[in-house]
Design a protein around this ligand. Structure first.
Ligand code: ATP
Length: 237
């Protein structure tokens, strides 16, 4: 499969803090790629450079073969990249339905929006039961589902997921990753940031590990899971 996303030699900084140095990664169309690393390694910053929320100081970002490193963030979204940010930033005072509709507010294809709405509710039956409920009253797991659902309402070609397991119980983590697996099987391309290396390596095709803003290691997830160094450092074995 061709690469849908290709970062080459990306550097980014916050003032004098260099957050990323010379980071390169590729996401093949139809794959799930995991981006792992400990706290502060630069995972969120990498996603934010792709979404154009953080400027790059050098390097290039190709999406579907086109350079996007100078695009405005709304153009990136319209171009087909949707990010689910870390933490739960649902519109708390709006209903579940309204939150989902917000994901599609720039779209003009009403019939396709309606069918995507149904598709999202098929992925997340819990949300269907709660369409009129105020989003701020959902449980943590339901809010995470709503955030993913809202991103799907943009009908993205590439989904950027930032720590979907954060703060969730093991059962909910399993549920969320079951859905991520289904999205992948249905053809969606996903770049997944996770601190939970065990679940991320189990569901991804390929993985990159960041350390202090630099790419430390990469390989097929299946192989990294069996690598002694990775097991000791990231899987706690
Ligand atoms: P975590 O899992 O804890 O979110 P991360 O791997 O996603 O970590 P980043 O959030 O990308 O890491 O942070 C990378 C580095 O950049 C850290 O040293 C962090 O303190 C710094 N940083 C992140 N955001 C900002 C900001 N808005 N201003 C200044 N420094 C920042």
């Amino acid at each position: 499969m061709p690469d849908l996303l290709e970062l080459t030699g990306i550097s980014a900084s916050y003032g004098r803090i260099q957050a990323l140095s010379n980071v390169s990664l590729r996401v093949a169309e139809g794959s799930i790629v995991a981006l792992l690393g400990s706290n502060g390694a630069g995972k969120t910053t990498t996603l934010n450079t792709i979404s154009r929320l953080v400027p790059v100081t050098s390097g290039s970002i190709l999406f579907d073969g086109k350079p996007i490193e100078n695009w405005a963030s709304h153009r990136v979204v319209e171009g087909g990249i949707a990010q689910v940010p870390e933490g739960r930033e649902v519109f708390r005072d709006m209903s579940v339905r309204e939150n989902l509709e917000m994901g599609a507010y720039r779209r003009k294809d009403a019939a396709a929006v309606r069918s995507d709405f149904e598709r999202v509710l098929d992925y997340f039956p819990k949300l269907r039961e709660r369409l009129q409920q105020r989003a701020g009253t959902l449980s943590g797991g339901e809010q995470q589902m709503l955030l993913i659902g809202r991103a799907l309402m943009m009908r993205p070609r590439l989904l950027l997921l930032d720590e979907p397991s954060l703060g969730l119980s093991p059962v909910l983590v399993q549920q969320i990753f079951g859905i991520i697996d289904r999205l992948h099987k249905d053809g969606l391309t996903i770049l997944l940031v996770e601190q939970n290396a065990a679940v991320a390596l189990a569901c991804s095709n390929y993985a990159y590990i960041l350390e202090n803003g630099e790419m430390a290691l990469q390989g097929f997830s299946e192989q990294l899971r069996r690598d002694d160094g990775v097991r000791r450092t990231y899987l706690g074995h």
